[in-house]
Design a binder for this molecule. Sequence first.
Ligand SMILES: [Zn+2]
Length: 356
Amino acid sequence: MKSECIKAEICKARGGARAIATLTFDDGVRTAALALSELLSEYGLCGSLMTVPTRVMGEPPYSSGYADADDINGFVALGTLEPQSHSYSHLYIAEPGHPDHRPENCTDENREREILGSKKWLEEHFPDVPCVSLAVPGGSYDEKTESLIMKTFYAARRSGLGGVEMQSLTPSDEAVRGGWYRLSSIWLKEERISDIFNYLDKCVEEGGWFIAGCHNLFGAELGRGNYDITPEALRTVLARVREYKACGKLWAASFSEATRYLREYEGSSVSAYCEGGDILVEVTMKNETPRGLPLTADVFNYPLTVRVELPADREGARYLLGGEYQCARVESEGGKTYAYIDIIPNSGAVRVEGEG
Ligand SMILES: [Zn+2]
């Protein structure tokens, strides 16, 4: 028998964190990718390798020097770097007026290959990683390409665009800047290290999505292509992210994890009520985004964190996730006790029991 309703809300970031940090690395130069994977593993963090299939395959004109499929599978197994799309062949399909605009590139055939083709290739070769996000080569695309991106991907990052407006945790489709397809990011440039720290601090303070990007590391044996940041300077950024993560203020998520979580958050609602001595909590998700992209259960099954008020006599809570009991994190505020419960949307009501 259902009784009174209980207060519950879905958190904007996993675990009830205030902010999200997503580290993206473009192009996949092999020496840099191997060094990044090691660094991320050392700091207990993860990132996304914005991947170009033709370079993974070693096709001309980039027939060597890039991480191959075995390298990337190794990163996925370690949990350090996941592949997401950086187009199929790094072709610029930039808007007119942009320095990378090449009228001859702007054909429907190219758009299909670069956008649809990259997703298809990556999901065929790395089936365990849903390819939901994209970084646009050169940071610009023409209108037709943008509309294809909006039908194919769930989020797109533009590269470091001058000054940074804080990326909100609730992007909208329409926003000219900071929307789902124009996500604001900051570039990891050696000479801008204090800007990077300020931006990260601001995101944590105000509740934003810190998306960082870079091409390459430089230093002994690492130099090739664009020189962005030394491993030493990157370490200082990773250390600050790790620190915020350790105190629960920041969720360090790969691009695909953050995209899945925030898209689910956008389309979900929660209800909670008492039954017997327990609380039942249910998260219901729509089956598509506001623009009509499908939120299929095989991809959009990332657990959302729900903050639920516990009855006055309760100090702890446990619940089942994926068939295993989880001990909920519990927090007191204003004389009330709240538990944080991870729930997969549309998986039915989750029973929150007293502890033990
Ligand atoms: Zn690139």
